[in-house]
Design a protein around this ligand. Structure first.
Ligand SMILES: Cc1cc2nc3c(=O)[nH]c(=O)nc-3n(C[C@H](O)[C@H](O)[C@H](O)COP(=O)(O)OP(=O)(O)OC[C@H]3O[C@@H](n4cnc5c(N)ncnc54)[C@H](O)[C@@H]3O)c2cc1C
Ligand SMILES: C=Cc1c2[nH]c(c1C)Cc1[nH]c(c(CCC(=O)O)c1C)Cc1[nH]c(c(C)c1CCC(=O)O)Cc1[nH]c(c(C)c1C=C)C2
Length: 476
């Protein structure tokens, strides 16, 4: 009898783990347990009757690097090539990103010209920040906040405006609390390797490549900045499910894991609402805090570590407008916390992905993102906040920041509770302690997903691949 692997959590991490478990020559028996009614986790897309697609979670995946290449390989194997919507390098959504500060939109500088002269909202040419980085000695701390690191290397303005906004636009988080080592490992390692972040990035760390496919080669040739799918990101979860079912993977929705116990014979006993299942190995693709709640008493030190990985809530407001024109064209704009802490930024979805507009319509579709690390102070408890308040806040922001006066013709408000994990200072040590505990206790348990080593869809898929590689090595 092949061993049984239970994958818990049916977001992209859990689905990718099943994919890697199922595609080998001697796959174990695999069952996926998902608490909710659907698969995909934060990959959520609404498709309307008139052909529009609205993303409530991720809206673009980067093709770059090993992880980006590997994801495109999986997309090819799932037969989704024809559904990929690329954003090529010369597209406005690739070239133009904006900051909203001092009541105006400012394009982020790009190209040499943009670095040589002062470009608002920066008071000095960014070239000087680059020179500062080249001359500053390497740091000696094992970790630093993202803000402290960037302040030290590039100066206060870059830290207060550019990096504050960047952390809001990726982690919905506060750069003064987030860890440089865990949130932006490439920057941390570049400084360690070459003393200068810019030098380290320019000289790179080798030319490692993932599993190439026709898609990844096209992405490189056309310099895609990101890609989506014709039916929205949720299509990826659905295609994974369609790949897994005929290969015998049991996909169970409405199956929340209540308790995880070690049976005397060394296997895991998983308690569900309607009974128990046994598994030789468990892959947890749950958010860290959710896993902490189901672990057995004897793993309390692990549960303690997991409870210390926080996550922030984000309100996602999708808006559609007719008969209006955006004042600028690009990916979207971010708002630094000093300008307005409650409003993280606005994505101009119809610029990057006009294919997601209603059939034949030239709508403007926007996504306003609110809250994040500032959710509580701005809107109170995410469980209790009134959607009408968030909609109102989003509409006012669109009017003030983009000058769109008419009311939207369509709106969808979602409040995603604890949706983006925060890698705070010292996160790397927590991950080391977790891994040490798992190894010392010889627990047949892998932890994957956004809570640990990267929040992007690519990182989640990569964490699943690595864990499954190690697991299959142990089972062999
Ligand atoms: C608003 C937003 C925008 C984003 N934008 C981007 C982007 O543009 N590009 C990008 O690359 N990334 C983006 N991300 C990040 C990325 O989407 C997520 O980090 C990723 O989807 C997380 O996947 P996951 O499988 O690790 O976790 P989740 O999606 O959280 O999946 C975990 C699953 O576990 C289930 N679960 C919980 N408890 C239990 C239990 N007890 N038993 C069984 N199941 C349980 C949940 O129901 C859920 O389905 C965004 C995220 C958000 C929220
Ligand atoms: C305004 C809030 C948010 C926007 N997107 C996200 C939030 C919280 C979430 C998010 N965005 C990205 C990722 C993945 C990171 C990765 O490593 O691929 C996540 C979790 C992609 C991203 N978005 C922006 C940047 C700079 C990145 C990093 C990758 C890249 O360079 O493409 C900027 C950005 N995000 C948002 C807006 C409005 C915006 C800039 C104009 C929305």
């Amino acid at each position: 009898m092949p061993p049984t692997v239970a994958v818990v959590g049916g977001g992209i991490s859990g689905l990718a783990a099943c994919y890697h478990l199922a595609r080998g020559p001697h796959p174990p028996k695999v069952l996926l347990l998902e608490a909710s009614a659907r698969l995909g986790g934060w990959l959520q897309s609404t498709r309307t009757a008139d052909g529009a697609v609205f993303e409530h979670g991720p809206r673009g995946i980067r093709p770059a690097g090993v992880v980006g290449t590997d994801t495109l390989h999986m997309v090819s194997e799932l037969g989704l090539e024809g559904d990929v919507l690329p954003v090529p390098g010369d597209h406005p959504a690739s070239r133009n990103r904006f900051l909203y500060t001092g009541g105006a939109l400012h394009k982020l500088p790009s190209g040499l010209g943009g670095l040589l002269r002062p470009v608002p909202p920066f008071s000095r040419a960014l070239l000087w920040s680059g020179v500062r980085d080249l001359l500053t000695p390497a740091g000696t701390e094992p970790d630093e906040s993202v803000h402290a690191f960037v302040h030290r290397r590039f100066g206060q303005e870059v830290a207060d405006i550019a990096v504050d906004s960047l952390c809001r636009g990726v982690f919905a988080g506060d750069c003064r609390a987030l860890s440089i080592r865990s949130c932006f490992p490439a920057l941390f390692e570049a400084e360690r390797r070459r003393r200068s972040v810019l030098l380290g990035l320019a000289l790179g760390s080798g030319k490692e490549r993932g599993a190439e496919s026709g898609l990844s080669q096209r992405a490189r040739a056309e310099r895609w900045s990101q890609w989506s799918l014709r039916g929205g990101m949720e299509t990826l979860a659905q295609a994974l499910a369609a790949f897994l079912r005929p290969r015998g993977v049991e996909l169970h929705c409405h199956a929340p894991l209540h308790r995880l116990r070690r049976h005397p014979d060394g296997r895991w006993q998983l308690t569900l609402a309607d009974g128990t299942v046994m598994a030789d190995y468990v892959v947890s693709a749950l958010p860290a805090a959710a896993l902490a709640e189901v672990l057995p008493a004897e793993t309390e030190p692990l549960a303690q570590e997991l409870r210390h990985i926080p996550a922030v809530s984000v309100a996602v407001v999708n808006l559609q407008y007719e008969g209006v024109t955006l004042p600028v064209t690009g990916f979207g704009h971010l708002v630094p916390s000093s300008e307005d802490a409650s409003l993280l930024g606005i994505v101009y979805d119809s610029v990057a992905f006009p294919q997601h507009n209603s059939t034949g319509a030239a709508s403007v579709r926007l996504t306003v993102m609110l809250g994040g690390a500032w959710f509580g102070q701005s809107f109170g408890d995410p469980v209790a906040v009134a959607p009408a308040l968030l909609l109102q806040r989003a509409q006012v922001a669109v009017r003030e920041q983009l000058g769109l006066e008419p009311a939207p013709t369509r709106s969808i408000v979602k409040v995603h509770q604890a949706c983006i994990p925060q890698y705070t200072l010292g996160h790397w040590q927590r991950i080391e302690r977790i891994n040490r505990f798992l190894a010392e206790q010889r627990l047949p348990l892998s932890l994957i997903g956004a809570s640990y080593t990267g929040v992007s869809v690519n990182d989640c898929i990569a964490s699943a691949k690595v864990a499954v590689g190690q697991l299959l090595g142990q089972l062999r």
